[in-house]
Every structure is written in structure tokens, then in C-alpha cells.
Design a protein around this ligand. Sequence first.
Ligand code: BTN
Length: 320
Amino acid sequence: MKEKILGYLKKEHEYLSGDEIASRLGISRQGLWKHIQDLKDSGYDIVAVPHLGYRLLSSPDRLFALEITHGLNTKFIAKKIHYFDYLASTMDLAMQLGMQSAVNGTLVLAESQTKGRGRLGRNWFSPKYKGIYLSLILRPKIPPSVSPVLTLLSAVSICEAVKKVGGLDAQIKWPNDIFINNKKIAGILTELNAEVDKVNFVVIGIGLNVNNDKSALIAQATSLKEQLGQPISRVGLLQELLRRIENNYSLFEDRGAKAIIDKCRSFSLTLGRRVKIYCQDKHIEGAAVDIDQDGALLIRKDSGLVQKVFSGDVMHCRQP
Ligand code: BTN
């Protein structure tokens, strides 16, 4: 009901009479008034003028499902949204929902996380209303070995959305970090529920620093606010990100991994650099020469041998 009221108010830039809204929805004026109070309590600035009706002056930058859905126009991404003021981690809930047969494209969003997880057992700092913390459930028809391409697909989508909304050039530090001006702005965590030859579902977790103040970030991290010198709409950015993920997912389904890897190369911060990759108790050092069709990084070692690396903690060495 509140979604519909908001939809009418967002469409109408002038006052909309209470009688008209109430009759469109088949509710009493008293009932309408209660919904309007709820919306105001959620941060919507709505004025009521006798004989004229209601008018929406501004919406809060909250990732409410009704904000994200309004004007999103995706076909399957975020058709179902689970929104929370806080969660331990959006990954845990998304994994549970995946096991309970949540539909392809189901989105879990939290305004803050108390135990946000990063790769390799690290934490993801998730302060309230500052960033975007999401987990997306996807059901691709692929074998588990192809799933790293979905991490790269998400990375490409983040770079494209950041460029479109903020005009900034973001780059991918293989395989899952997004950097702007050599500082980390976003991270991706991909978790899999799979059988030997078939993925049941994938959960893509994305943490993106948006309106964090510089003083609240570690030196190696940045936010879009720091880079732009002003805060930006998290709602607008998230909508663009979801559209990009949907477009890239369709591209992947229609044209295969190559189309995604080609885009990934163009956003890569890692290719062409000397890197050291820590993988369990070993490390590999050499030049990062390419990304393979399955998303693996190709390293040319000093011996000339090219080695394929599927995962690991990448350190970019200083350029000579
Ligand atoms: C990394 O850089 O190591 C990956 C960070 C991924 C963080 C996101 S925030 C939303 C989702 N929920 C989590 O607990 N983690 C991911």
C-alpha cells in the first residue's frame, strides 16, 4: 500500500488530493493519513495542505525496497528485495534464502552489518547509511569452475556504475577488489552452493564505500564521497549497479565468458603489473599478463613459464 501511495506522490509533482489517492486505493482518508504518517516516520518529507492534498518534497537516501524498485526497470534482478536496518551479514541470510529456493535475482540489503565478512576471513566495515552492503542470489546454469567469471562480472558492473553515476574511473584489482586512485573502494565476496558439475546458486556479496568520511576510513581505503568531494545518492548508485549487473549477466548468457573477460581487461589495475600472489603457504611472483576465459590470472614468471592462478591474495609490486 505504501509503495503505491509513494508511487502516486513521486509521479505527481504538484499536490494530490487525499480523496483521490484514497479512492484510487479503496481506503478511507483516515487509513491514508496513517500510511502517510508511516512514510514521514521513515524520513519522507510530505506536506499536507487543506483543500489541496499531499505533496512529496523529498525522499530519504535509504535503500528501502520501494525506493530501489521505483524506476529500476530490470527484468529479473531485484524483483524480490529483503531489506534490513541491520544484519550480522547479508551473506548468511542470502545463503539461507538460496537454500529455501529464493528466485534468481533475489536481493538482500542491509543499512549496516555487525559482522560484515570479507575474503580470507577478513571483516568488512559496514557503518550505517554510509555504504551499500548487498548480497545477490543468482542461479546460473554453469559448472562450478566458471563461477569466478561472476565475480569479474560484478566487478565490471561496479566500475561501469561508478563511472555513470559519479564520473569516476574505477579499476579492478584481480579478482575481487575495486580501486579508485590506488585506494580500495569496494570488495566482492562470492559464495557458492554447488554439486560437482553444477552450481545450485551463487551469492554475490558487494560492499561499496559511498558516503563514508575520509576520517572514518583506513589509509588504504576510500569512498566515493572522498573522491568526489561531496556525498552522492546511494539509491541512484545502487539502481545503476543492479541494471549493469543484469545487462552483463545477459551478455554472459548470450555471448559467454569472453564478453565479460574482455570488459574486465579494460578495467584491470592488475594486468601489465608485477605481482606477488599468496596462495595458502606458497607465493607466485611475476608479471600479470592476461585473464583467462575462466577468470584465472596468467602470470609470467621470471623463468618465462606462464602459470595460471585461480585465486589468492594479490599484492601489486612497485613498478620499477
Ligand atoms: C572483500 O573485499 O574481501 C570482500 C568484501 C565483501 C563485503 C560485502 S558487504 C555485503 C556482503 N555481506 C558481507 O558480510 N560481505 C559482503
